[in-house]
Design a protein around this ligand. Sequence first.
Ligand SMILES: [Zn+2]
Length: 137
Amino acid sequence: MIRYDLVCAQGHLFDAWFSDSGSYDRQAAAGLVECPVCGSTRVRKQLMTPAVAGARRDGESLAEETAKLRAVVQALHEHVRREAEYVGPRFAEEARRRAHRKDAKPIWGEADGEEVRSLREEGIEVMPLPPLPEKKN
Ligand SMILES: [Zn+2]
């Protein structure tokens, strides 16, 4: 059995179980998959990101997964703020200045993709900080 998150032409979200992906295709093409809200048979699969799909596991809801992930990212942000010095947009410049000093305190700040790439080419270790996910109510 396979579960699909579906969306109808009116934008109603629902899910349905099928024996396999071919069975969904056949039933949808035959107009047998119907929106439970408005009865529309114009339905399609919702696009999901691999990360979200991969996070879904038996016995653990997506909400729990998201909350855990959020806690991990939050802890990472707190760690960085505690251990590293904030240098803001001067990040690339500061990273270069400190690159060859062993006692240099770690720093964090803002850098664009171009700056990150050139720092890496110079052999300077740069780690992107994942953005804090929005808190959902
Ligand atoms: Zn509908």
